[in-house]
Design a protein around this ligand. Structure first.
Ligand code: AMP
Ligand code: ZN
Length: 113
């Protein structure tokens, strides 16, 4: 399958990995939008939120738990951080393999642009 994040998960494409277990891999975003910008992805190919199945609920929960752990390791929890899923055209989703953005190290505006 021609999916860049599947290739990152299988190490076919190199990335700066910050966390990995059997189900999940987290790596630095190649084009960071904040001092810390990490993508947390399931190794399983799920193209967008609408493709999340009932059996994926623990996996999707674990993405958030991993983001929390990384945020704590990087000491982002004191000042706060943002977690984002861009889903579909209006949100600007570019890679069709779900990924949770962990952004930190600066103040973010609300509402988002
Ligand atoms: P999204 O707009 O939510 O689909 O975000 C896709 C993200 O993937 C963007 O922030 C890109 O900078 C990032 N990205 C694309 N290719 C790579 C790559 N090879 N390694 C790391 N991050 C990537
Ligand atoms: Zn994929």
């Amino acid at each position: 399958m021609d999916c860049i994040f599947c290739k990152i998960a299988s190490k076919e494409i190199p990335s700066k990995i910050v966390f990995e277990n059997e189900r999940i891999i987290a790596f630095e975003d190649i084009n960071p939008k904040a001092p810390t910008h990490i993508l947390i992805i399931p190794k399983k190919h799920i193209p967008y939120i609408a493709e999340i199945k009932k059996e994926d609920i623990p996996l999707v929960g674990e993405l958030i738990y991993v983001a929390r752990k990384i945020a704590e390791e990087k000491e982002l929890d004191k000042d706060g951080y943002r977690l984002v899923f861009n889903n579909g055209k209006n949100a600007g989703q570019e890679v069709f393999h779900i990924h949770l953005h962990l952004l930190g190290g600066r103040k973010f505006g609300w509402p988002p642009g």
